[in-house]
Design a protein around this ligand. Sequence first.
Ligand SMILES: NC(=O)C1=CN([C@@H]2O[C@H](COP(=O)(O)OP(=O)(O)OC[C@H]3O[C@@H](n4cnc5c(N)ncnc54)[C@H](O)[C@@H]3O)[C@@H](O)[C@H]2O)C=CC1
Ligand SMILES: O=P(O)(O)OC[C@H]1O[C@](O)(CO)[C@@H](O)[C@@H]1O
Length: 384
Amino acid sequence: MLAVHFGAGNIGRGFIGQLLSQSGYEVVFVDVNEEIVQKLQEKRHYRVIIAGEQIEEQHVYHVTALHSVKDHEAVLQHIARADFVTTAVGPNVLPLIAPVIAEGIRKRLEVNRTPVHIIACENMIGGSSFLKEHVWKKLSEEEQTMASQYCSFPNCAVDRIVPNQKNEDLLSVKVEPFFEWVIETKQMIGTIPPIEGVRIVDELPPYIERKLFTVNTGHALVAYLGYYKKFFTIHEAMKDEEIYADVVKALNESGRVLIQKYGWNADEHQIYIKKIVQRFTNSAITDEVTRVGRSPIRKLGPNDRLISPAKQYYDLFHEIPSGLVKGIAALLQFDYQEDTEAMELQETIRQMGIEGALSRYAGLELGHPLIAAVKTEVAMLAKQ
Ligand SMILES: NC(=O)C1=CN([C@@H]2O[C@H](COP(=O)(O)OP(=O)(O)OC[C@H]3O[C@@H](n4cnc5c(N)ncnc54)[C@H](O)[C@@H]3O)[C@@H](O)[C@H]2O)C=CC1
Ligand SMILES: O=P(O)(O)OC[C@H]1O[C@](O)(CO)[C@@H](O)[C@@H]1O
């Protein structure tokens, strides 16, 4: 059994690769980082350090890697044989890897007419569908018709906090103990071969929205408020009582939307929120606020973790969700110089103001009540 995984980074090695390997797959990572590719080829093994109250080590075997550009032909041959093609490269990179996946599918159609599941494990709604759109653009109509019989792109939700790594060896990954990988079966071709720990559901939206609008919404609030208050890590920021209270408030707002929209049980959702807030306080992992806050323009998107729940809250209850609005206001202050999106956002705010930036990136129409609320919150933050 073979899995080809694009992106041998934090979540690739620390979660997806680990689960696939433990489920009996030979895992071939594809990456552009030569050092990581070389080390994986040489060692064919790495460690996952599970950092909770106790520290536990797990060993991941039967892994290797290919360079996305230099080993092009070998990548195609592996895609032609794989049972799974998975990705964890970041939403913005999916269009860049789509051409090689399309070529791999073309090769596969020549030599192997069995189903393959192509799954984007990114923090976004409809990641695999988005990838499919870009792959399809590279195939002719005839190829698309043939590929439709064998290649499915099930959407999924992935949840495990894997910070940037500072270990002695390049391949080890320190991760939190918690993980959740939910895959949607709708529109799947054939059945999904078993992967240890994966939950299969018919309809993904309740799960991906619950995850994105709780874990990622809360995490974004800690990151941006923490950065604003000059905290370095997430767990340090969580010790600030005001930040802690702001996070809980925002999660109760997004929770109200999720309960109303999908019928989640209110008591169970409170337990879910508590568990997530507790995960943010894990001091066994060092997760920098600048990692969690990375790419603020993407995170300000209309379907992303702050604007989507805030807008849905306003549409459903005709009230301003002040916790979420504070998170958006804090995001607009994120001026971390090493983050190109943060720099672009700051420049846009200088040129077009907050209203212009929210209209351009968040898709809020000029005059939307959330804009005035965000502006008020920005002014309040400035007074602190
Ligand atoms: N780190 C985490 O806790 C979680 C991350 N995710 C999602 O997983 C995705 C990856 O995140 P991380 O692993 O944290 O990032 P990362 O930066 O650690 O890993 C991304 C990897 O993709 C590789 N890459 C970049 N361009 C490539 C290309 N053209 N071809 C092949 N490989 C390429 C990079 O070299 C890097 O090794 C993101 O969408 C993120 O939102 C989801 C859940 C948890
Ligand atoms: O990976 P992104 O979308 O940049 O955002 C960081 C977020 O994703 C995670 O890496 C994993 O869910 C969280 O640690 C954090 O909420």
